[in-house]
Design a protein around this ligand. Structure first.
Ligand code: ZN
Length: 420
């Protein structure tokens, strides 16, 4: 079969090679192809290996000389709060002085401050801001993004956010997976009436299901936000409606959200800074992926999730960015990988599995994304670095040179390519 294009002279191709969810010590296994090529037809990979891929070349094939760059699958950021209005630098100083994050939230700031701004913002304002962030994420090599609502906290505004997700998915080259998170905080108008708000969300979920605006439902299970019982109630309801489910668990206090997530069959449990050994063991026996978010620990100056211990106990791990205006205001996904290396002590191969195949698995995309294999989408990051380890070592900068999504060049020399 002849390719539409062949990328060759790739110094090293790094790709996961295990069956997902990739758990425990298997996470240190990846495939490395030296001096290789990738052949692409109709947006899919049709050949990959050592050499220049001559067998795939015809007179119509576009030949792309990678000049010794390294290649990896497009990175998958499986936890973001992409769509929101405004920013919260005014709270940054208070956080610096040691004000607890949950205090800001209870005072009506934090998430609720962003809720005010997001409710006031028009669809177009939200869309334009999110589009720019998505461009920036893509320039760092991200080709799939999960995006949660949760700054509307009322059907009208939650659906506004979810429709932004939908339009981004239609119009931006990055694949956007939409998650409903009305249970991100209790809105002001339901203060001291959380039970009522939960019932309202259950009704809203039926509409969102009908409108097909979200694939999954997420709940912030935390002291002062939603309890374990409330989380169970909402997620079981969501599951009965056919949604995938996930949970913000054990971020600040060890409530047992991760264990609950396993019991309910969540696709992922996220944050996990305070997860117990017992819940790690439960995770290891399940197909629920532990999604850790090192950027939030960095920004809030909190401890990191015990990712090494999780891998030692046989858990499947993914790493996500958690881009949001309050606890992780950055689109630099490579910095998350560098934190996972430097602060969590994970190996380069473990990190690669955790930002490609494992998140593809828990987002339900592993058939087409997450590794460089024949038959999968040609979502490829070419990086100007001598090795994958170098990308983790030389931190804080962008190593990406070019990015391809479904075989189309979407980033060229770190600049987003205008495709219209
Ligand atoms: Zn989050």
């Amino acid at each position: 079969m002849h390719a539409d294009s062949v990328i060759y002279h790739i110094k090293t191709i790094y790709t996961p090679c295990e069956v997902p969810p990739v758990k425990g010590e298997k996470m240190s296994l990846i495939k490395e192809i030296q001096d290789g090529f990738i052949a692409i037809k109709d947006g899919k990979i049709i050949g990959i290996g050592e050499g220049e891929g001559d067998a795939f070349v015809s007179s119509h094939t576009e030949l792309v000389d990678a000049h010794g760059l390294i290649a990896a699958p497009g990175f998958i950021d499986s936890h973001t709060h992409l769509v929101h209005a405004g920013s919260r630098e005014h709270e940054y100083e208070e956080l610096q002085k040691g004000m607890p994050y949950l205090y800001l939230l209870n005072r009506g700031g934090g998430i609720l401050g962003t809720v005010d701004m997001t409710r006031k913002a028009s669809f177009d304002v939200l869309y334009q801001k999110a589009y720019r962030s998505l461009d920036l994420m893509m320039s760092y090599g991200v080709t799939v993004v999960e995006s949660k609502s949760g700054y509307g906290l009322a059907l009208e505004h939650e659906t506004k956010q979810l429709r932004v997700n939908q339009k981004l998915n239609d119009e931006h080259p990055v694949r956007v997976i939409s998650t409903y998170m009305g249970a991100h905080a209790v809105p002001r108008e339901y203060k001291n009436r959380k039970d009522e708000y939960i019932e309202v969300m259950k009704e809203d979920l039926k509409h969102i299901r009908q409108l097909e605006l979200a694939e999954a439902v997420d709940v912030f299970c935390e002291e002062g936000v939603f309890s374990v019982d409330e989380t169970r109630d909402l997620l079981m309801h969501a599951k009965s409606l056919g949604f995938k489910i996930k949970v913000h668990a054990d971020e600040i206090h060890p409530l047992g959200g991760a264990g609950l997530g396993v019991m309910l069959g969540c696709s992922s449990v996220d944050h996990l800074m305070a997860t117990s050994d017992e819940d790690m063991d439960a995770l290891a026996l399940s197909n629920t992926v532990a999604n850790v978010l090192p950027g939030t620990s960095f920004y809030l100056k909190k401890n990191y999730a015990r990712a090494k211990e999780m891998i030692k106990r046989g858990v499947a791990l993914s790493i996500a960015g958690d881009y949001n205006p309050g606890s992780c205001p950055t689109e630099n996904f490579q910095f998350m990988m560098q934190l996972a290396s430097n602060q969590m002590g994970l190996l380069p191969a473990e990190i690669l599995n955790a930002v490609t195949l494992n998140p593809a698995y828990h987002l339900g995309l592993a058939q087409s994304k997450g590794s460089l294999e024949i038959g999968k989408d040609a979502d490829i990051v070419l990086m100007d670095a001598p090795s994958l380890t170098y990308v983790l070592y030389h931190f804080g900068i962008n190593h990406t040179k070019d990015v391809y999504i479904k075989g189309k060049k979407v980033v060229s020399d770190q600049k987003v390519v205008n495709i219209s």
